[in-house]
Write a protein that binds this ligand. Sequence first.
Ligand code: WTA
Length: 631
Amino acid sequence: MSKKYDIGLGHNDVTLRKKADSDYVSFWDEQAQNLSWFSPWEKILDWNPPFAKWFVGGKINASYNALDIHQATKSDKPAILWEGENGDSKTYTYGDLFIEVQKFSNVLKSLGVQKGDRVTIYLPMVPELLIAMLACARIGAIHNVVFSGFSAASIKDRIDDSKSKIVITSDGGYRRGKIVKLKKIIDDAIKDFEFVKHVIVLERTKNEITISSKDKFWSDLMANVSSSCDAEKLDSTHPLYILYTSGTTGKPKGVLHETGGYLTHLHSTFQWAFDIKDSDVFFCTADIGWVTGHSYVVYAPLLHGATQVMYEGAPDFPDMSRMWDILQKYDVSIFYTTPTALRMFMKFGDDIPNSFDLSSLRLLGTVGEPINPEVWKWYYKIIGKEKCPIIDTWWQTETGGMMISPLPGLETIPLKPGSGTLPIPGVKISVVDEFGTEVPPNIKGYLTIQNPWPGMLQTLWEDDEKYKTVYWSKYPNCYYAGDYALKDEDGYYWILGRADDVLKIAGHRIGTAELESCIVGDDTVAESAVCGIPDEIKGDVIIAFVVLKDGIDIDKIVLEKKLFEKIRNDIGAIATPKQIYFVPKLPKTRSGKIMRRLLKSIGSGELIGDTSTLDDVSAVTEIQNIVKQQS
Ligand code: WTA
C-alpha cells in the first residue's frame, strides 16, 4: 500500500475501535454520554427490526445542546461568521444566537406552534434559517427545511405531506447576483392550503412582495418578544426534523430523524472526522437545505461550540476566486465541500488558488458523490499543500451522519485517493451480492449496513410501509443503501455510484421516476425515460428520451423549451436535463421494462452491450441515429 498520503494529526486511539467491534450497543451508550441529558435513558437500544429506538426514556433537547451548554464559557465566541453573496457580513456569537433562538421560539409559541407540529422553512443561506431550526427544536416542533432552489410545485408537495401550520420564508434570496423571489413561490404553493395558518416573512432582499392576511414580518414578530424560553425536555426519540429526499418512487420521501441518537452520531463523527478544536474555523459549503447542511452546518458544529463560516451564495460568484477569498479572509482551518465544486475549481487552474494565502488550512473534506482520484490529488496538493489529510465521507440523508470516512481526529491511517477508507466505529458495512452474501475483496456489490446506528432515520414520514420496502426488503434485517461499492484487499471501501434509479447530479439527488412523471405530465408526451451520463464537472448530467403521443406534430425546439420550463416549475432548476431526445419508441425488455442501461450507453456514446432481452432491437438503431444527429 502506498504510504504517500499517510499523514495524521497525531491521534491513534485503537481502544475505541476495539470497544466498538466487541459491543456496538454499549459503545454508543458511552458516546451518548458526551451530550447533556435532562435525564438518563433506561434502554440504550430498542431494536425491533427495522425500527430502532435509541436511548429510550432519556430526555434531551437539540437546541439546549447547541446553545445553552456553551453560555457559561463561550457566550462571546463567534458561532457564525456569515458572509452574504453581495458582500454583507455579520457575526453571531453563541450569546447572540442564544437570545435570537429563544426569542424566535417565543414567536413560534405565540403563533400557536406546539410540540410535534411541523414548520416548513424555505429560506436562503442566512443565519435566520439556522435560528428558525433551533427554535423549532427548542420547543419540540419538527422542522421541515426545503432547499430554496426548489420550485413552487416541489415545496407545495412538501408542505402538504408534512401538513405544516407555519411556513417561514423571505422576500427573496441572492443567487449569482440575481434575486430569487421566494415569497412569491410560497404564495403560489400555499394558495389552496387552509391548514397553513401563518407565513413568517424575513426581509432579506427588499423586493416587492404581495402581503396577505396570513403574512407576518420576522422583524415585527421579534420586536416585542421575551428573550427567555426554556428548552423543552423531550424524549430522545422525539422527531427533530423531516427532510424530503428523492428516491426510486415518484414522490420525494420524508426522511424522519429523531433527537438523541442523531445528536450522538453527529457529536462523535464531528470529533473523529474533523478533529475539531476550540481554535478551529470550520467551513462547510453545503446549503442547509440538504442533509449535509442540517448535520454539519447546523447541529454538529454547534454541539461542539465551534466557530464556522456560513456563506450565502454561489461558490463561483462573482468569480472563481470566491471560495479561496473566504478561506483566506476568515482563516478557515477545516474545509468541507463537494467533488463537483472541486472539479469546477480545478478546471480553472492552479493560479487562482495559488494567489491566496491558504496556510490556515489543516484538514479537508468532501461529500456527496465519488471523488475522482485526480481531483483528490489536486485538492491535496494545490489546496492542502500536501499537509492536510483529506476525508472523503460517505453517507446519506437517511444515515443522518457520516458512515465511512477517514477519521484523523481518532487515528492515523494511509489515505487512498478516491476511497472513503473505513466505516466509522460502531457501524458495520458489508458489500453483498444479489442474495445477500458478502462478496470477496475487489468485487463490486451492493453496500449494506448490518446493524442499526444512532443517526439512522426513524422512518419515512407517515409511511412505515414504504420505509420497510425501500430500505429493508431487499435483504432481511439489513439496510440497503442503494449504492454499488467494493471493499479492497486492505478493507477500504470504494463507492461506485448508485445501484438504483436515483441520479446524483452535482452531488444532488434526483429521482428518475419523479422527473419522468413530470415530463409525462405534459399533454403531448406519451412516455419518457431519463438517465445520467458522465460529465466533466457535475459527475453526471441528465439526458431525457421522450416519445410523443400519436398524431402530435410540434416543433421540437419549442417543445424542448416547454419541457425545460415544466421541469423547472415542477421540480427545480437542478433537475433540468442537458438534452431531450425525441424518439419514436423506448428500448424495452419483453416484459415491458425500459432498459435505461442501454439509453445511458447510447447517450454517452459507449458500446451498448447485450441486447438479447430487448423486445425490438430496431428501436436501438433509431435512437442511436437521433442521438448522433442531435449531439
Ligand atoms: C452519494 C449526501 C461517493 C451516494 C450526504 C449516497 C457518495 C448519496 C459520497 C446520498 C461519497 C455521498 N462518495 N458517493 N463520499 N457521499 N454519496 O442523501 O450515492 O444527498 O447514497 O446525502 O450520495 O446522497 P444524499
